[in-house]
Design a protein around this ligand. Sequence first.
Ligand code: ADP
Length: 647
Amino acid sequence: MQVINKWIEKEPSQNAVTILRDRYFLKDGEGNYLESTWDEVAKRIARHVAAAEVNYTNDIEEIKNAEEHFYQLIKSRIFLPNSPTLFNAGKTMDRQLFKKDIEETTLEDYKTIFDSRTKHNMLSACFVIPMDDSMNAIFDAVKNAALIMKYGGGVGYDFSVLRPKGSSIAGTGGKSSGPISFMHVFNTAASTIEQGGARRAAQMAVLRYDHPDVFDFINSKKDNKGSNVLNYFNISVNIDNPKKFKKMLEEDGDLTLEHPTSSIKKTIKANDLMNKMVENAWKTGDPGMLFLGRHNQYYAMSEHTPVTATNPCGEEPLPPFGSCNLGSIDVAKLVEDIDLGNPNSEDASEFQEIVYWAIRFLDDVIESNIYPLKEIEEISKKQRFIGLGIMGLADALYKKELPYNSEQTRKFMAKLIAELAYFSHVASTELAKERGNFPDFQRSKYPNGFIPFPMLDDEIDEDLKVWNQKIRQHFQGEATKYKRNVQTNTIAPTGSISNLADTSSGIEPNFLLSYVRYMTNKEGDRVPLSYINPILMEKIGTNMTEELKAEIIEKGSIQNIENIPDEIKKIFVTSMDIPPKDHLLAQHVIQSYLDASCSKTINMPKSSTIEDVKAIYLQALELNLKGLTIYRDGSLETQVLTSASKE
Ligand code: ADP
């Protein structure tokens, strides 16, 4: 493919190489590097995952063809899988198998790779672990989560099943200490786990809005400065039916907090709950809101295994013991040559091919993955969750000269994600024809013509109407018979992999156009790396003087720099330049085409009031969203990126 040829020889930046060395190159037991180039990493992953195809064919050429496509996607950094796949594929296996040229690799080699997988080869990023309301079950969940986090996976839990604080405990005559006290147990476990040497732990705690301990939950992180209180948790209040809750707020209605296994019952004002959530979110960003009812509405197996929580960053709703592996396509690289979002473009087929191989890769990961628990393996293989998403949206918009916060751009976003969703689902159907449906398919909603996302109105845009028609036709036609994966699309934060790809993260605007990032080198010293967005550099071209550079690095945004023309300012916006409402609308249009969800933060300026935050919370209840995360600038001391002037 032409677009791949263009990017395959481009070497990762210094920043990307530093991250590779820190986290992704394989090491032996003594900590010596076994790899030193991106090429070796790409080859290792492609070969490990392609080896899963021995399950479907004995034709060595077919397997090699898959490996070659996977290799090209990864090496060009047009597509990258989630971090656990990057650092756990091929781990502890015979290195020689990965050093051979593809021409010399035999069917036996692929079989050996497949058969020599061990618990170290855990490839997924997202898990949800259930717990029951008993000591045994809670500590089982702690153990299960510890196993997952050890290999770099993130875990979500629904704590709503635990009885509220002060409820009686049969047999001991004692009183329960409540869900929040158990969250501290999980937090401590997370803090003591070596994240496979690769990263710290991340968890999501969910609690229903009508659980009697909901105020304790909402307050559980209110004194958080970023590194002290429940710092291995994000917390989200589950409001199953956001429209009903909104009505309750408008009518200033009462809300009964109760729990099936407890006699504790309290009546509160719904508005008091809302105000407390908003006040704390204003202070620290937590809690977010999660609308699991909407997640279930668009989940094809909700009647059998409803989703109960999401992974830590909120983009992947899952049922108990569910797992999902993610991958992201860098659209910033593609927009230079492919007219993304346009259903009539001649190069749509090139994008379709990229999506097909990315979906096939993620489907193969399900087979090549070693699951930390047999329950997880069971449901992951019965439903086959995968999450293909994008990264580089903000940089793609810079290249296309589209301001993130405009109506026209939102139409582009919708068309782009509609195209991704359509091609992903077509690929999953193609794979089903060859490999079989996901085993739960007949029990799912797909045979009845179910469309797993809401879509936007046909009237908004002519091209979008075409995508909508194609999507309807697919789900009313072939998808009623063939579907390999229960869900196909998730947009991850891509916190690490976007750095490897030298692109902007996920669907977020760039947080800053320039920054100084401190990296710790091998000797343990903090070294500054300064960065200016390369697309901006190119746009300003020869007008980029040393003084201007210094001013951009100082400010992080160009909005208040005199010598830059307004047309450039309009396009090169950062998170903080964009009004919160436009963040929310971007999330809305993108989420309208996702069967899973997306990671999106609604950034708010430091000067925002509690009322401003409330307005966003209320609007989120109204739009067709699956959740909400806000962040007010400067509200956590450990904010990762700050412009030089704020250091
Ligand atoms: P990456 O870029 O490293 O692949 P993302 O930032 O896209 O990861 O996050 C994707 C998902 O991976 C998260 O929602 C979470 O489930 C998991 N994850 C991310 N960071 C961590 C971490 N430090 N520990 C455990 N899981 C994580």
